[in-house]
Design a protein around this ligand. Sequence first.
Ligand code: GCU
Length: 566
Amino acid sequence: MTSVIKFKPDPNIGIMKPLRDWIDLSGYYSFKADPDQVGEKEGWYDGFEGSPIYVHSSWNEQNPVWDLYFGKAWYLKKFYVPLPAEDGVAWIVFEGAGYLTKAWINGKFAGEHKGSFSSFRFKVDVKQGWNALAVEIDNTPTRTLPVWDEMPNALFFHYGGIQRPVRLEFAKEPYITDLTFTSSQDGRFSIATKVSGNADVTVSLSRGNRVLYEGKSGNVDDRLASPEPWSPENPALYDLTVSTGSDAVLERVGFRSVEVKADGIYLNGKRVFLKGFGRHEDFPVTGKYMPGSVLIRDFYLMKELNANSFRTSHYPYSNDHLDLADQMGFLVILEAPVAGMASYAHRNPDAFFSDPSFLKDAKAQLAEMIAEHKNRPSVIAYSVANEPESVTQASKAFLDELKKLARSLDPTRPVTHVSYRLLEDVDYDTDDFISINSYNGWYSMPGDPHQGAIKTRQVAEELHRKYGKPVLVTEFGAEGIAGIHSDPPVMWSEEYQALFIEEYVTQLKSADGVCGLHVWNFADFRIPQNVKWALLNRKGVFTRDRQPKLAAQKLKQLYGEIPAYY
Ligand code: GCU
């Protein structure tokens, strides 16, 4: 029996939570793969015989039969709405499903969405009593975002399914449709609220039970006296409540300032060194869904390794994930799902980047990402793409369009693109800071991490000199197969991985213009089967089930020696 969860304010949850009635639609569903793509024609949205599956998680590892299934598949769930739908609206809200998602309520089409890593909602009609939700997911590997044309070369495993929370949400008119909060560490702030109709909007800022500010408008520019600035050391959060009288939302916000200067990234007026990781949302059996308990472990492990930062490589992470970043104090580079292009574009960059539908999709998913996470204190910058083949004018035009859009949607945050073409890249001029991935000592200069690190230092310093911008090393790392040991350190051993990381941190921590280091990767993660890797990318300093490799101990010491502010 499904019950309407009457909203109870919970101080511990993170980010924008509608203070609305809702019904959680996670749980067991009926599932059926549709390799012949006949489901819609045969009306599966009215019901079908399927087998049990759990939502929310990827379908792949829940049953070996579905493990390597990429294509169309259907979900069906019956749910009970105990109360008559009062005046107002109801939405089916998906926090992350895909790649292509279509939904039906009681056989009536509700809507469709492209993209796996941002929330989306469809207005629906539900009735009191039993209702049925049918969902068609299509993750056929095509020109999606990230790109999967060249499956074997893909950067990470192409999971499919309803991979993040799904719920039914109710609101009464007039309801809040958008909320933007910007602030600086000295207490100045602005609030901009959009509402579905005329309403007397009120706003308040509180901390714990103390209300520190109240306003009688949804659009405010004001100042809070001596707020506690948000930082990794002190992630002070304030509750921003916005109400129309019949609807309300809560946003957990912070007061902090981010600024990029030639010599570094400044947080609250102090130059901060980003110490952290490239991560992935990847875990055994749940696939792309990261259970809260796994996230909790990850964040304690990152803190233990003296890290203060991570990039959401290569797509926006879940609200649970970023709620913890706000709450536990991590500086996040939020990356759009524009990745996986290297292999294909390498051969024909112009065809790729001048494809208007690809640009349209990239813009849509970048805009969704910013709309969803723009009010988070932890998000300090946007990355519009990972390793785009940014060596041609076509790729430059493509990336500059994305950066222009990011700045128009949110002029408060710096923007970058993540390059692996180093000195050949033609698109650093429109970045606020430069981001480079370097594997000298692994893919190039294999077996020589010392010279590899020195080469990377030279490249970073040359880019800093040439563009007068700080340089973040967004990826560096080596495969380390857990349990493989060798003396002397030889490639693939834990010792080689630890040595590689030590060489890079030693060379780059004091390099001119380098403002941070993100090790690739926090943990091993699944990748498509191919000749180069044994099931997993093993550049994690932790195993896929979050056990430390030698590199983890080494990194704890190395990051511990780098002051957070310099
Ligand atoms: C790339 C890419 C990562 C990938 C890594 C690797 O730089 O951005 O997604 O996993 O290289 O090859 O390990």
